[in-house]
Design a protein around this ligand. Structure first.
Ligand code: HEC
Length: 184
């Protein structure tokens, strides 16, 4: 006796009204495990939608990419650090390095150049010149600024910072000053 010859067991429940190609369909309730799975996915989708689309808590993909690019740029600029005009301008556009430079500036330079960087032009008490205008005693190119900060101008009261700060921190503080200016 083949499978086809077995008697079809009786099915409980009514038959639905439509017929297709002679096929009829029982009106059966969906099994509980199936309904349960459906309700769970609906509840999950609401939580998911709220967390990702409404709450503003997780970083968007775009923000993650930007963070990663900034991290790579910072790493690139600080490994095998090259001190030339182009790389100092590039550092002045990198938020992480400029923030680091500002910390150094506020603790070591603000006494003479003021936290506003405006120095003498803001207050007669300040002895350092304005670092935000375009008038420079020693030239406004990034390398010229680096040289003054690194070696100082002792006779005029500007201490040399290179020996205390080292290359990386000197470059950062110059990048901070440059961030007040527009790259050519
Ligand atoms: C003790 C006071 C003093 C401190 C602290 C000081 N400076 Fe100066 N700075 C001066 C003076 C004075 C000059 C002007 C030098 C000159 O006329 O040759 C100057 C000049 C400069 C110049 C060149 C400006 C130009 O017009 O060419 C830069 C750049 C500069 N300082 C940056 C810094 C940075 C960055 C720091 C902190 C790491 C710093 N200075 C800390 C007093 C100071």
């Amino acid at each position: 006796m083949s499978d086809n010859d077995k008697p079809i067991p009786p099915v409980e429940g009514s038959v639905r009204k439509h017929v297709y190609d002679g096929i009829e369909e029982f009106n059966k309730r969906l099994p509980n495990w199936w309904l349960f799975t459906l309700y769970i996915t609906i509840a999950f989708s609401i939580g998911y939608w709220f967390y990702y689309a409404q709450s503003g808590l997780p970083l968007s993909d775009g923000e993650k990419v930007e963070l990663e690019i900034a991290r790579i740029q910072t790493a690139k600029l600080t490994t095998d650090l090259v001190i030339d005009d182009a790389s100092l301008w590039a550092m002045s556009e990198n938020t992480a390095l400029v923030v680091a430079g500002r910390e150094t500036y506020d603790s070591l330079c603000a006494a003479c150049h003021l936290t506003s960087l405006k120095g003498k032009s803001e207050s007669p008490v300040a002895i350092g010149p304005d670092l935000t205008d375009d008038e420079w005693v020693h030239g406004g190119e990034p390398l010229a600024l680096y040289k003054v900060v690194d070696e100082g101008v002792l006779a005029k009261g500007m201490p040399p910072w290179g020996p205390t700060l080292g290359v990386q921190k000197t470059a950062e503080v110059v990048a901070y000053v440059l961030s007040f200016h527009d790259a050519p």
